[in-house]
Design a protein around this ligand. Structure first.
Ligand SMILES: Nc1ncnc2c1ncn2[C@@H]1O[C@H](COP(=O)(O)OP(=O)(O)OP(=O)(O)O)[C@@H](O)[C@H]1O
Ligand SMILES: [Mg+2]
Length: 258
């Protein structure tokens, strides 16, 4: 039975999509069967996978659910790229957000879509948008765990508390199995003072309550390049520090399975 992990944060540009993409391949390298779900209308993860001419996106599946219609066959919406499966997104998902707010009882639409897929995967990763709207509530309602990405460059602590508060609310009201897997520092070079300071600050604030992953993802131009070429770091720059960090992170995420 697979585990669903949401990659989330209330901030934009903190490495959520890059993390979803590279963690997927790092987990696959460790023998895990992975499905990555792009649940952001920006569709950056879909771009990372190099998917074009998307016919059926996650937005279409959500619309099917809201309208009580049957879902299409899996091979119409599950794509595969070098051993990792994914469900693409499109800008149409933004219309779903509005629709979710108008209809009643729609928090579990994504959960209902993903639940039957749990049998076929070890880990399902959900990449999400930076807003805290109906889409992310759906993602939290579907997830077993959340990995919160934090970029020290972007006033890291701001928004983090609010995000964690929302996770707590969803846990008590909608999805009692939801937990925070940990906080992941991205674009954080362990040798810089800023990274050290933020790590200390986050550790002091959440010590004993929330795990801070030992793996921190350093900043490197290789990330931007690999996204440009739609290749994960395991293919584009296997030896680079960020790639190694994502591979260590995969180890920490799996060790968690216990
Ligand atoms: N470790 C890294 N080193 C250098 N650049 C990085 C790194 N991680 C991410 N980036 C770059 O930072 C930008 C933001 O990353 P990403 O798209 O993953 O953030 P995001 O949190 O998903 O943003 P959004 O909230 O808009 O979806 C991208 O241009 C990406 O290439
Ligand atoms: Mg993103």
């Amino acid at each position: 039975m697979g585990k669903i992990i949401m990659i989330g944060a209330m901030k934009g540009g903190v490495g959520k999509s890059v993390t979803a993409f590279n963690l997927a391949y790092s987990l696959q390298k460790r023998g895990k069967k992975v499905l990555a779900v792009d649940f952001d209308p920006q569709s950056n993860l879909t771009t990372c996978f190099g998917a074009e001419d998307v016919d059926v996106s996650i937005g279409d599946l959500m619309m099917n659910m809201i309208e009580d219609e049957e879902l299409p066959e899996r091979d119409e919406y599950i794509w595969e790229r070098n051993g990792v499966d994914f469900i693409p997104s499109s800008i149409g998902l933004s219309a779903v957000e509005a629709k979710l707010r108008l209809e009643m009882g729609t928090e579990k639409m994504l959960a209902v879509i993903l639940d039957p897929l749990k049998d076929d995967y070890d880990i399902i990763l959900i990449d999400t948008s930076p807003a805290l709207g109906a889409l992310n509530i759906n993602a939290m309602a579907a997830a077993d765990e959340v990995i919160v990405t934090v970029n020290p460059q972007l006033l890291a602590m701001k928004g983090l508390q609010d995000f964690l508060k929302t996770v707590k609310k969803i846990k008590s009201r909608i999805n009692e199995k939801l937990d925070v897997a940990g906080i992941l520092l991205t674009m954080c070079d362990a040798r810089t003072i800023l990274c050290k300071t933020i790590t200390e600050q986050v550790t002091e604030t959440f010590n004993g309550q929330i795990r801070i992953f030992k793996s921190k993802i350093p900043s490197t131009v290789k990330v931007g390049e690999s996204v440009y070429y739609s290749e994960p770091l395991t293919e584009y720059a296997p030896g680079c520090n960020a790639c190694k960090a994502y591979e260590r992170l995969a180890g920490e995420v799996i060790a968690d399975e216990g």
